[in-house]
Structure formats: C-alpha cells, structure tokens
Design a protein around this ligand. Structure first.
Ligand code: HEM
Length: 507
C-alpha cells in the first residue's frame, strides 16, 4: 500500500478513536472483537474488501453479530429470517446516508447541493431519493423498450467485430462492449462515454473506489480516482450545457428534470451523473465477464444452452437470415436465465447497508440501535442451506428451474444479488436483458477458449467496492472463433417491445 494512503488511514483512525461507538447492550447481537481494538475490522475491510464480512460470518455461525468500525457500530446479518425483519422495519432505517456519502465522496458534491440531496430523515431535502424514484419507471415499459432496442444494436456490432479479432483479453472486451451497450442508449448521441478518455476516467474511479469513499483528502490518498471523477464530471457538465440530455432516454431525462426542478445546480447534476456510472456499469461489466466464464468453462452446460436457444428462440427466414427474438430467449430458455441467476447467487459479494434511525427489535430477538449500521452480506445469505440445500456452495442452475411456489418464496428471501426491498435494483431488467442478449449472441456464433488451455479462475480486485461481483485482476486471454456450423450466416437479433421484463427471483 502507498505510504500516503497509510498516513491518511492513520489520521482517520485517530479521529475514530475519539468518536468510539456506544457501550454494548446484551440484547444487541453478540460482539465480535478484533485483535486491534476499534480499527482492526476497518483495516481488514480495506485490505480484504467486500469478502471480509463473509469470512467473519463463516467463523461466527450466529444469525447476527456486532463489530466496531471506528465511528460506528456495525451489525452483520447472517440469516434470511433477520433480512425479512429488516425489510418489515424499513421505516426505522435507510440507505439514504450511503447515497449521500457516495454523492459527496464519489461525486464531489458539497454544501447546499449536498443538503438538497440528503434524506429528509437527516434534515435534508430528499432530492437524492426523488432522483432514484424518478429512474424506476424509466427502466420499465416504454422506457425499457427504448433502451433495449438501442442496446441490442450496439451489442450486435461489438459481437460482429469479434469475427476479425482472434485473441482478446476477455475482461477488456466485456468492459468496452458493455460500457457502450449500456451508456449509448441511456445518454444518446452526445454520450460522454463515447470518448475513450471519459471511459478510462470512470474505470480509474471505480477501481480505486474504497480510497475515494474514505472522504479524506482524496487528491492525496485517492489521486487516480479523484482525477477520474473530476474529468468525468466535466465531461457530463459539457453534455448538459450542450443539451445532450434533451435527445437521450427517459432515464437520463427524468434524472436531469427531477434535479433541475428540485433546484440543483447544473454542475452538481453533472457530478451526480458521473457517480451514476457505479449503478449503470460497475455490476453489469463484471457480471457479463463471470457469466461468460461460468458458462463457457462448462462444455456440457454450454451445449445444453446452445440447443435450448436453437430449438426455442431461433427462426430462419426464406433468405437464410437467422432471427432470434430475445423475448423468446427469456421466456422459453429457462436454463440460460437460470445459469445467469446462479452465477449471480454464487459470485455476488454485495453488501447491503442500512443506517438505523430508531432503536428497533428485529424478529423479537435482537436489538439494533439508532446511529448504528446494518450490513447484509449477500455472499452469506445467498448460501443459506435452509433455502439452497446442503450443496448451497455448488453451481447448480436447476435451483432456479421448476421451483414450487413455497420453495420459490424461501429462495427469494435468501437471494440478495439484486438487493432487498425497498431498494431492489432498479436496473435489473435492463442489465439482465443486456447480459442474456450478449450470452445468446456469443453462444450461438462462437467458441471461446482460454489461450492457456484451461479455464483458470483469476484473482479479483477487492478495492472496486461498488462492484458486487468483484472484477478480475490481470489478463484472461481467450481465443474467439466463429463456429464452423454457422460460418457466413446472417444474424438478426431483436426484442419484441413490451416483453423486456424477466421472471427473476428477487429478495
Ligand atoms: C447485473 C447487473 C446489476 C447487479 C448485479 C445489480 C445489483 C444491485 C444491488 C445488489 C442493489 C442493492 C443495493 C442495496 O440494497 O444496497 C442495486 C441497487 C440499484 N441498482 Fe443495480 N445492479 C445491476 C445493474 C444495474 C443497472 C444497469 C442499473 C441502472 C441502469 C442499476 C441501478 C440500480 C439502482 C438505481 C439501485 C438503487 C435502488 C434504490 O436505492 O432504491 N443497477 N443493484
């Protein structure tokens, strides 16, 4: 670790010792001490990233435990039953403080602009919540159809280009293809991410996010991430000044209009939009990589999915054009959608946070105190054996196929990969449509083989803390070749409007 980072961590730690959390009440979840009091868990989180809580949970094997993390007491939740209790008590806790902190540390929004965004529970004006609420309808119905139509066009183009590429780094390729397929439909012809410098700026920000989120002298301890966010915020400011949002999507327009009508300055709107990249890209890109990895590294599964799509979603016109309606893939190819959901179940490291406003009893068994934070590690809940069986750690897409209603409910309560109500992922249908479309195009047209001969799981970047599926580190070189059976075939991928929603299990 860089010495300036260490020095700054030292400063945060000293501040934290002054503001230690309150005494432990016996009704609270049991306390888990760290070897280094007050700061041990924080340092371990910075070093090990999102997986740290899951390893602690595995050690304790209790439904919930408490830890000190500098300024705050944190309750780590390990049981789906307590997740349901948290959902029921959503009025005494909120995600808003995390949103505000992200706007401040990632967006660089301060002063009255931040006060506008802050939740009403924290004496702000609630514009952040309103901006997220405005985005939800724009990711359903006509807004979703509009995005999907353009997204399929961009993806088809990127996939077509693979025919002349041969060997690629799989993660680099996914990053470019998915960044364009996601942001071009959202931001329209003046999309800031069309510029490679803006894309680079975003990924620098994302890769080093844990340092930026500390919020201490970012120009010093998170220099690359800080420079990235400043570049991207300027690019978005120019976008709004040139009226790019007036010719974009329902999503981009609704977010701009809500903030504009709420009194936000254009510079702050631009800064918040730079931070929105975390919602749009940070999960979609690694999810696409891991979905390809998990399916192509299992030849029998790959063949079964290929046959499924071929039989249920493909038609050939009299001119020989192979046409695939992606709505048919969603509705008639259960193994593909199940494999995607199973990949998310096993690979999600998402940590769902809630800040508690009022002392609350969870399920009549644990007291959680006002001012503390709840953390729900998806990687623990998603492997709950009561819901997923004794082999909950094994990759088994059948978990999501032909499940009886009662069992489906139990699985839904133990599936955190798209979050938990009332903060279920707003972009889940768009993201799922995008990844299912990408997989369909690749599975039908190509063989993908690792240059090294065997699929070897790469190490991951623990500092990309917005990514609930950690991105791989280093290169994953693969050779992509057109399948001889379909060489020279003309393809037409489309999605019937109104059929863009997926039957996903959500928590
Ligand atoms: C495979 C891709 C994706 C995954 C795995 C994913 C996962 C998640 C998770 C776990 C949460 C819950 C956060 C929490 O409770 O703390 C969430 C929330 C959210 N996601 Fe996604 N996401 C994906 C793609 C997207 C996309 C493409 C968008 C936007 C276009 C998006 C927009 C959002 C928003 C706005 C929220 C916050 C909802 C709220 O606070 O009410 N997501 N996502």
């Amino acid at each position: 670790m860089d010495p300036t980072i260490l020095a700054s961590l030292g400063l945060v730690i000293v501040l934290g010792l002054v503001l230690r959390p309150s005494k432990h009440d016996p009704r609270e979840p049991p306390f888990l001490a760290s070897r280094v009091p007050a700061i041990g868990h924080l340092i371990a989180f910075v070093v090990y990233g999102l997986r740290y809580f899951a390893t602690q949970s595995a050690k304790t094997r209790v439904p919930a435990f408490s830890i000190d993390m500098l300024f705050n007491k944190v309750y780590v939740i390990n049981s789906p039953k307590l997740v349901a209790a948290i959902r029921r008590n959503h009025r005494t806790m909120s995600l808003d403080p995390l949103f505000t902190r992200t706007a401040q540390c990632v967006g660089g929004i301060h002063g009255p602009g931040l006060q506008l965004l802050r939740g009403k529970e924290s004496q702000g004006q609630g514009l952040g919540h309103a901006t997220t609420a405005a985005l939800r309808p724009a990711l359903l119905g006509e807004g979703l159809d509009q995005l999907n139509r353009k997204m399929i066009g961009y993806l088809s183009k990127s996939v077509e280009q693979l025919k002349s590429r041969g060997t690629v780094d799989l993660y680099d390729w996914c990053t470019l293809a998915m960044t364009l397929a996601s942001t071009e439909p959202i931001y329209g012809p003046m999309n800031p991410y069309s510029d490679s410098n803006a894309r680079e700026a975003y990924w620098e920000l994302e890769k080093n996010l844990s340092f930026l989120m500390m919020g201490v002298a970012p120009w010093l301890i998170a220099r690359k991430a800080w420079k990235g966010r400043e570049y991207l915020s300027r690019a978005f400011l120019q976008y709004y000044q040139a009226d790019g949002h007036l010719n974009s999507s329902q999503l981009a327009y609704a977010r701009w209009k809500t903030q504009h009508d709420g009194g936000a300055a254009l510079e702050d709107i631009a800064r918040l939009e730079a931070a929105m990249g975390l919602g749009i890209l940070s999960n979609t890109v690694p999810s696409s990589f891991w979905a390809i990895f998990d399916i192509f590294s299992r030849p029998a599964l790959l063949q079964e999915i290929r046959d499924e799509i071929w039989q249920n979603a493909l038609s050939v016109t009299t001119e020989g054009v192979h046409t695939v309606d992606l709505a048919d893939v969603q509705e008639r190819c259960p193994l593909l959608l199940a494999s995607f959901q199973e990949m998310l179940r096993l690979r999600s490291n998402s940590l769902q946070l809630r800040v508690i406003y009022e002392d609350t009893m969870l399920d009549d068994s644990y007291l959680v105190k006002a001012g503390s934070i709840i953390v729900i590690p998806a990687s623990v809940i998603n492997r709950d054996e009561a819901a997923w069986g004794a082999d909950a750690d094994a990759f088994n897409p059948q978990q999501f196929i032909s499940t009886a209603a009662g069992e489906k409910r139990q699985k839904a309560s133990a599936y955190m990969s798209f979050g938990s109500s009332p903060h279920i992922c707003a972009g889940r249908h768009f993201a799922t449509g995008e990844i299912v479309a990408l997989l369909t195009m690749l599975i039908l047209q190509f063989e993908i083989r690792p240059v090294a001969g065997e699929w070897v799981e790469p190490p991951t970047n623990v500092n990309a803390v917005a990514a609930s599926l950690s991105p791989p580190l280093g290169q994953t070189s693969v050779t992509i070749t057109e399948r001889p059976e379909v060489e020279g075939v003309k393809w037409d991928f489309r999605l019937t409007p109104g059929r863009g929603r997926h039957g996903l299990i959500i928590g």
